[in-house]
Ligand binder design. Structure first.
Ligand code: ADP
Ligand code: MG
Length: 468
């Protein structure tokens, strides 16, 4: 694309105006990005003009513009090209204002909360799972430090570390511990305002507040809590305005001596695309890693879950050796292990027989096969970075250079096809990207595989290296 000669110009002189063109594009975009993303991000956009290869879209907030630019630019450009009106560039302009590139952060302005705004009840955001309590948490070597720190906070004494930052792989009990703190605090100090939510919920609330011009209320709610717990914080990395707002909330609470608990799938320094000042604030408290469970802990968790299941179905019979077999074979994470046991229990009560080792083997064939092939996203990322001679940080990070983007898409493709992770899960492990970005990457590689023998060879090589 050199001089823009081939770019469509829709304005005077064509029979289709921007509205009609945009409504065609919208229909395609909805299919590509999915109904949820479409509703939140694409649907508020209007196409104002498309001239000399520049498409101008109006946006209700600058934040929305920068989010769309980061996550859906390619999709929009593709759809415009497919509609016969290619553009080389998108400009986001605030609705009803003079056209200018959208400023990045909209959440930076702060003020005193409006006196009339009532904070909503803290419970509103807490959908706590009643099973995730301390007494159902089995302690082992891999999680004892995290457990001790969580307990200290739940007991409500001044703990001397803020925030508590728990990190570790999926399914190792981070959410369990966080919710256990919330349960315990609720029981001990019902008057304390404890707010538990995922980083994703934090972002959704933030974006909604921006859209509805309710930032004062938003700030008021978050600054009025006694304990703030945000789960899976890696999600906000790369989401600049959300990160900014989170940083302000965080500082305001720490300054007031309020307790904060955070979790992430990796340590603060390993979260790419997290601003340095945020990273260093996160590290200023207590950073504790939750490690993969060893055999004893896995067995302990199974025994505890079985005891709980027996409480509802006393006839449940599981032969000796079955739990040991499971604990030995399902090593990936405790969630998978728990799922396996749940399935066995369901089977047992269905057929009304004892679960024997043979029955367990039959019933759990797929789980066992999946844990035989234990390729993790981290391994894939490492191997791919090595193969293309780029740094791991660049593979995961925000840079869009082709020399990083293509290996990144290869790694996403392998993560999707070689692990059982979901698209959002994969997105999170690639610097907190959206699942639509992952989907786009996977499709791109599928497309290239057929036409680009180099890519096909690379994939072959990588797959074999990972499987060995
Ligand atoms: P994470 O948030 O680290 O991905 P979760 O807290 O969701 O993991 O844990 C996954 C599942 O494993 C949950 O059902 C949880 O109750 C269970 N689990 C994890 N750790 C323990 C433990 N130490 N004792 C009992 N159950 C556990
Ligand atoms: Mg979790």
């Amino acid at each position: 694309m050199a001089d823009g000669a081939g770019f469509g110009t829709i304005h005077a002189g064509t029979d289709e105006g921007p509205e009609a063109l945009w409504s065609r594009c919208r229909a395609t975009l909805k299919e590509r990005v999915g109904a949820g993303s479409f509703q939140s991000w694409i649907s508020p956009l209007r196409l104002a003009s498309l001239e000399d290869g520049v498409a101008t879209l109006t946006v209700p907030t600058a934040f929305l513009g920068s989010y769309v630019a980061r996550n859906f630019q390619d999709a929009i450009l593709t759809v415009l090209a497919e509609a016969g009106t290619p553009a080389s560039r998108l400009i986001f302009a605030p609705q009803g204002r003079v056209l200018s590139p959208a400023p990045a952060a909209a959440g930076a302005s702060m003020g005193a909360p409006a006196p009339s705004a009532q904070p909503e009840p803290a419970e509103e955001a807490m959908r706590l799972d009643p099973r995730l309590t301390f007494d159902r948490f089995v302690v082992g070597k891999s999680n004892e430090l995290a457990y001790a720190a969580a307990r200290r906070i739940a007991e409500g004494n001044a703990v001397g570390f803020n925030p508590l930052f728990l990190h570790g792989g999926v399914g190792l009990g981070k959410t369990h511990l966080m919710q256990a703190i919330a349960h315990e605090m609720r029981a001990r100090r019902p008057e304390a305002r404890v707010l538990y939510l995922s980083a994703e919920q934090f972002m959704i609330r933030f974006v909604t507040a921006l859209r509805d011009r309710k930032m004062m209320d938003f700030k008021q709610v978050f600054r009025a809590v006694d304990v703030l717990m945000v789960d899976d914080i890696q999600f906000i990395a790369g989401k600049d305005s959300t990160q900014e707002e989170f940083f302000h909330t965080f500082n305001a609470l720490v300054d007031q001596g309020k307790q904060i608990v955070l979790t992430a799938d990796r340590s603060p320094v390993e979260i790419a695309a997290l601003e340095e000042r945020v990273t260093s604030r996160l590290q200023s408290g207590l950073v504790v890693q939750v490690n993969p469970a060893d055999y004893e802990l896995r067995l302990g968790v199974l025994q505890s879950k079985l005891a709980a299941a027996r409480a509802t179905d006393p006839n449940l019979r599981i032969a000796d050796g079955v739990l040991d077999f499971l604990a030995a074979r399902v090593t990936s994470n405790l969630r998978v292990l728990e799922g396996a046991l749940t399935r066995l229990c369901a089977q047992a009560s269905l057929v009304g027989r004892e679960v024997t080792l043979d029955l367990a083997r039959d019933c759990l064939g797929d789980v066992l096969r999946a844990s035989d092939r234990k390729v993790s996203i981290e391994e894939i990322q490492r191997k791919v970075a090595e193969h293309y001679h780029i740094r791991l940080a660049d593979l995961i990070g925000p840079k869009r250079l082709r020399s990083f983007a293509r290996p990144r898409q290869v790694a996403m493709y392998l993560s999707k096809t070689m692990t059982s992770r979901s698209l959002p899960d994969i997105g999170r492990r690639f610097g907190g990207r959206d699942h639509t970005t992952v989907m786009h990457g996977v499709r791109k590689i599928e497309e290239l595989m057929g036409v680009d023998s180099q890519i096909a060879d690379d994939l072959d090589l990588l797959r074999r290296a990972l499987e060995s």
